[in-house]
Design a protein around this ligand. Structure first.
Ligand code: KG4
Ligand code: ZN
Length: 337
């Protein structure tokens, strides 16, 4: 069994997963409310909370799985990308757990975790497949021919899709994280009430698969300024619905182009934005129309979690004791290492 730890941002996560991909436990302590007060994640506060929570969350993961450390053959941990202080807490904890039992350690690329989340459970996706990963820090379409790696076909040139949700929510006076709040508010709104730009960079010339979301946030800012306080208040649900629609339309357009170009029959979603109800519905419709099968992970495997880190560890090289003791966390990793 694999014990995995993930602390790249503001969620303290630990999970126990079998070598065959069965999730035995997937524990998460979210710090969302702590950071809500500041309108975003405060790195130093996140690190301190990870430090306070990581032992308890790991114990919880083992207890929920009904196993002790003696049942664990491998320890996996997110090495990056993410907040360096936050990553260091998880990495140090994982090293200590592994070293105490002379177990091998698998350092995992957080994004690889999002890419292979759908390989877990009793209906796992198998390569070749395409994965649209949309999270708070990253947005890209990747091709997976071997679950040990992934090739990025196109990615955002500026803001990530989750960042666009979070910044849009701030403009609309909602809390943090903004994605789930816009998702909920948008259900009461009309997505065609406002026309926000669907920027698809390069679509005029070279048919690239990149994204751009920073102009969208600016468009919302201008629209809110033009509407004024009371009108913005009155039309907040319409603004949320139209803004969400523009993000989802760009994601789904690129996914459709990638499917057409790569000619695969399997597609997966990943990352926190894959929890978005409108994206889930639009991607399902696209894949139905194109005749490809879509894997949409359950919500707890879309947002940050340690089960997906264990999933990636199954396909990644392990480092034997004691060679991992000097291993460092990395705020940035070369994508598709
Ligand atoms: O993957 P994730 O948990 O963390 C990162 O690796 O970044 O993604 C977090 C992002 C946040 O920007 C959050 O607003 C967004 O995912 N998110 C959503 C929804 N749930 C989470 N965005 C839109 N709709 C949602 N339901
Ligand atoms: Zn993530």
């Amino acid at each position: 069994m694999i014990l995995a730890i993930e602390t790249s941002c503001d969620d303290t996560c630990a999970a126990v997963v079998t070598a065959g991909g069965e999730i035995r436990s997937n524990a998460i302590a979210s710090q969302g409310l702590v950071h809500d007060r500041y309108g975003g994640v405060v790195p130093e506060i996140a690190s301190r909370h990870h430090l306070e929570l990581v032992d308890a969350v790991t114990a919880d993961a083992l207890e929920s799985a009904g196993v002790g450390l003696d049942a664990i053959a491998t320890v996996a941990v997110t090495r990056g990308p993410g907040l360096i202080g936050a990553l260091l807490v998880g990495l140090s904890s994982a090293k200590a757990l592994a070293a105490a039992r002379r177990l091998p350690l698998v350092p995992v690329d957080h994004l690889h975790g999002h890419v292979v989340a759908s390989t877990l459970g009793d209906d796992p996706i198998a390569p070749p497949y395409l994965c649209l990963v949309a999270s708070g820090g990253h947005t890209f379409v990747a091709r997976v021919d071997d679950p040990g790696t992934y090739a990025v076909l196109g990615s955002t040139l500026d803001d990530a899709a989750g960042e666009a949700f979070d910044k849009g929510a701030r403009v609309l006076g909602l809390g943090y994280p903004g994605g789930p709040l816009i998702d909920r508010l948008a259900r009461a709104g009309d997505p065609s009430a406002f026309d926000f730009p669907r920027s698809l960079p390069g679509s005029g010339g070279a048919p690239g698969l990149d994204f751009s979301f920073s102009g969208l946030k600016t468009a919302l800012l201008y629209r809110v300024r033009d509407l004024g306080g009371s009108e913005t208040e009155r039309r907040r649900a319409d603004l949320a619905a139209a803004y969400q629609e523009a993000i989802v339309a760009a994601l789904v357009a690129r996914l459709g182009q990638a499917i057409g170009r790569e000619r695969v029959s399997r597609v997966a979603l990943g990352g926190g934005v894959a929890a978005n109800s409108r994206l889930r519905a639009a991607a399902a419709e696209l894949c139905r129309d194109l005749g490809v099968r879509l894997w949409v992970p359950p919500l707890e495997l879309c947002t940050d979690n340690a089960a997906m880190i264990a999933a990636a560890a199954r396909f990644s090289p392990a480092i034997d004791y004691p060679h991992y003791l000097g291993l460092d966390a990395a705020a940035r990793l070369d994508v598709a290492a």
